[in-house]
Design a protein around this ligand. Structure first.
Ligand code: AHR
Length: 505
């Protein structure tokens, strides 16, 4: 049986992982907020109406940052509707998802929730129907200490301290015709430039994300990035990327190869950023925020059948399969492999809507299959990303060419003296023996190998069977004097941990 081989060395550094790589996204969409984060009548709700069962799973994931409130939703959102006395907040037609928004949860509730979830806020502003004025007022409302109209309004709403929101998105997917207030690259670039300028005047400490293309398949892809960066290069810190994968043709080998396209996407966008940098003779490197990524396709048909103008209907409720978890694992590895440039990642989304956490309104909760690779990456993927000198048997895919069975990256955490190898075996029929030359880590020993696999690629978790798909701790495999030998089961997500050997006295 052909083996995969890797060589690892401390000097093969890609870059330091920014903790925010393991962030998430939550939108006013379906039951993400209402019935997800916020459900005052739920038995587990706290005094603020936040579901504590949800908070517990979010804390388990150790989510470093959460992007809010959209998404397509933000392009029609008046943030003023969601602050102040709840009894006076308007119900509005929400045009992006054709629902009714009750505005019972808004910016301040989100900040309260963020604190309880031990995470950080990343707020998107509306550049669909609004612009410079509402952007500067929102930053003033949130981040200015007090003594001005907007900051005093926040204080009057019960928040004497500024929220100090450190990072802001300049709109959402403004290249897409589906977006409320969709714009050409020049229209958006110019508007974003002025918004960035005045938002920074209000609070010079903030960081900004400019919208890249909605996905790699957009006709305006690359021209869009080059144009919007031409306007804003000096004013923004990150360019956004979005990607959703699906197994619509039920071709799992192709589905598992899609992360190869994610690698290409990231590298093309980096090349474009660097082109604009060169054009501007700038010394600044643009960083990337992959602030929407996931698998999304299971719910497409059901969503077409949902009546419009309901409050919090069950939209985008993908129930994830085991093979989706493998794809999510490959996507996480793709993000880690580009840790030198991708600083922020947001799994889209966090609860109920294409999410790792699923709730029943008024009822229970369970971890979807994709919860596990996300959890593993968030818990063990912090440190320095190391590239692997990798050789692997491969298969041919019509779209992606030669695709290696082994997808992998290593994260070295010198403080914890821990080396973690994340590896997916894309082979659906056979296990993959893995040999590692880890001579530079010959003082480290294999301590744990956890595996997520299942005989049925389409297996899911559910309220009745919440543990149908979950990781197991594999016994076997060894590391001796810097040689690693283990087996990656067929179709599996693997987390292989080595720790520095303690010297016995
Ligand atoms: O996450 C669901 C939607 O996907 C978001 O609202 C939008 O930004 C993207 O198209």
């Amino acid at each position: 049986m052909e083996k995969a081989k890797i060589t690892l060395h401390r000097e093969f550094k890609i870059g330091q992982i920014d903790d925010r790589l393991y962030g998430a996204f939550i939108e006013h969409l379906g039951r993400a907020i209402y019935g997800g984060l916020y459900e005052p009548d739920h038995p587990s709700a706290d005094a603020d109406g936040f579901r504590q069962d949800v908070l517990n799973l979010v804390k388990e994931l150790n989510v470093p940052i959460v992007r809010y409130p959209g998404g397509n939703f933000v392009s029609g959102y008046n943030w003023e509707d969601g602050v102040g006395d709840k009894s006076k907040r308007p119900q509005r037609l929400e045009l992006a998802w054709r629902t009714v928004e009750p505005n019972l949860f808004g910016t301040n509730e989100f900040i309260d929730w963020v604190k309880k979830a031990n995470t950080q806020a990343m707020i998107a502003i509306n550049l669909g129907t609004r612009g410079v004025d509402s952007a500067r007022q929102l930053v003033e409302y949130c981040n200015h200490p007090g003594g001005t109209d907007w900051s005093d309004l926040r204080i009057s709403h019960g928040y004497p301290e500024p929220h100090k929101i450190p990072i802001w998105c300049l709109g959402n997917e403004m290249d897409g015709p589906w977006q409320i207030g969709h714009k050409t690259a020049s229209e958006y670039g110019r508007l974003a430039q002025e918004c960035a300028k005045v938002m920074r005047w209000v609070d010079p400490t903030i960081e900004l994300v400019i919208c890249g293309s909605s996905h790699r398949g957009m006709d305006s892809y690359i021209d869009w990035e080059a144009t919007v960066l031409d306007y804003t290069y000096d004013l923004v810190d990150y360019l956004s990327l979005h990607t959703y994968f699906g197994n619509r043709a039920d071709d799992t080998r192709n589905f598992l190869a899609m992360s190869v396209g994610m690698d290409t996407f990231i590298e093309e966008v980096i090349a474009t950023c660097d082109y604009v940098q060169a054009k501007k003779r700038s010394s600044k490197k643009m960083m990337l925020a992959f602030d929407e990524w996931n698998v999304w396709f299971h719910s497409n048909q059901a969503d077409r059948e949902i009546d419009p103008w309901l409050v919090a209907p069950p939209q985008l409720e993908d129930v994830y399969t085991f093979e989706d978890a493998l794809v999510v694992g490959c996507m996480l590895i793709s993000l880690m492999k580009h840790a030198d440039r991708v600083k922020i990642g947001c799994m889209a989304q966090l609860v109920n809507v294409i999410a790792p956490i699923m709730t029943q309104t008024g009822g229970g909760i369970y971890r979807q299959t994709i919860f596990y690779p996300y959890l593993d990456a968030s818990l063990h993927g912090r440190g320095i990303a190391l590239s692997l000198n990798l050789s692997s048997p491969a298969y041919e895919d019509a779209t992606f060419g030669q695709v290696p069975y082994l997808e992998a990256v290593a994260i070295w955490n010198p403080t914890q003296e821990k080396l973690t190898l994340f590896a997916v075996n894309r082979n659906l029929e056979q296990e993959l023996p893995l040999i590692g030359d880890l001579r530079d880590f010959d003082d480290y020993q294999l301590t744990q190998h956890s595996v997520l696999n299942h005989q049925n690629l389409k297996a899911t978790n559910s309220f009745d069977q919440p543990n149908n798909v979950k990781p197991v701790y594999q016994v076997g495999g060894q590391s001796n004097n810097g040689e690693l030998a283990t087996i990656l089961p067929k179709a599996s997500w693997n987390v292989i941990i080595l720790q520095k050997t303690k010297i016995q006295n």
